[in-house]
Design a binder for this molecule. Sequence first.
Ligand SMILES: CC(C)(COP(=O)(O)OP(=O)(O)OC[C@H]1O[C@@H](n2cnc3c(N)ncnc32)[C@H](O)[C@@H]1OP(=O)(O)O)[C@@H](O)C(=O)NCCC(=O)NCCS
Length: 404
Amino acid sequence: MTHPVTVLGTEELRAAHDLFGGALFNGPVDDEGWEFRGASYAPGRTLGVHLDGTLAGTAMSFGTTTVVPGGAVLEAAAVTRVAVRADRTRRGVLSAMMRAQLDDVADRGEAVASLRATEARIYGRFGYGVATRGRSVRLRGSGAGWRPGAPASGSVRMLGPGEIIDVLSGLHERLALRRTGGITRSDGWWRAVVGRRLQAREPVIAAVHTGADGDDGYVVATPGARDGFTRPLHVEDLHAADAAATAALWRFVRDIDLVGDVEAHLRPLDEPLELLLADPRDCTVTGVADETWLRLVDVPTALAARTWAAADPVLLAVHDPFLERNAGVYRIADGTAERVGPLGGAVVPGLECDVAALAMAYLGDRTPSELAATGWWTCHDEKAPARADAAFATDVVPWCGTFF
Ligand SMILES: CC(C)(COP(=O)(O)OP(=O)(O)OC[C@H]1O[C@@H](n2cnc3c(N)ncnc32)[C@H](O)[C@@H]1OP(=O)(O)O)[C@@H](O)C(=O)NCCC(=O)NCCS
């Protein structure tokens, strides 16, 4: 039996927020915190399940846009604040909310949904797959500095607290939409994530890089615990148009007086930090983790929206037990992709996969041949993986850079 899912009214949002906070071991939000976080709840997009008259689970989303290979920008849902009360778990509450949410997302015309997962075993069953990854890095504060010849162009200016959101929100939108996997942020996101910190007068270092064509990058960093007068810095947010602006912003934060090590999480896999340093070992990669969990909600639209490289035709059977309307055999050829038949019909596929495994290749994070070799995709024609690799190939490492 599936649980009834309702759209929560504004009067229930704070309880939903506290339920989510409690699931992450946070206490209830205070009035000031709610003033900022409440603004990030998009009207009509927070779902709840009540059991015995009490809110037992919640999941929300906000509308965003995302970039797919080739540069097209798709309407998308950003799914977040998903939680079930600890005394109501493992009885299908999340499953009911996921189903209702995906139907809602589809009704809104959003072809894909994405989320960040607390645990990697939760969302695959609902058709989400890891579509971008990021690496955690630490730059040694006492290192050998920058390599002679590493880019050092343009200028960097710091922003005052009153201008940070205005300047960075516009700049972020422009920069994020340049890269496959990038998403736009809502005003509520800026308010909940950055505005709250500024209101609490927490130390936030924000700076913009200006290159030959104007502002082309920014960084937001916060200091960690004091060690004497020295403090480590944590890079919270860094988006830049190119390697030169990236280099200038890393140089800026690393070279601030009294800064120890500089750390950042979920940075692009291809960020060239080691190539900028006199001693490449001053940059330690401390981890690689999943970033975007992507759900192709409308597979025909999503496949038609991205570009496909020149390749011999690929016939790919896609299974989607959770949203059966996506199932079928798709033909990728001549730069396009379209459904050409049902599963089990006359059209025989060379490759077969689940919709979650399709998401893993969709933005270019994984190749079809590595997915076939590891059992995520099934291969019926030994030539098919190489053809699919050619068709799915992109020249950009996908990355998002927004945590929500
Ligand atoms: C993760 C969470 C939302 C799951 O809610 P739930 O109502 O227990 O999920 P369901 O009962 O619908 O589970 C559906 C299936 O997923 C499995 N599942 C759910 N959570 C899982 C987890 N954390 N790890 C592994 N499997 C999980 C269930 O066992 C069940 O499998 P089955 O169909 O084979 O029996 C809940 O445990 C929770 O709130 N966790 C803490 C907060 C959190 O991590 N939220 C996610 C934010 S991204």
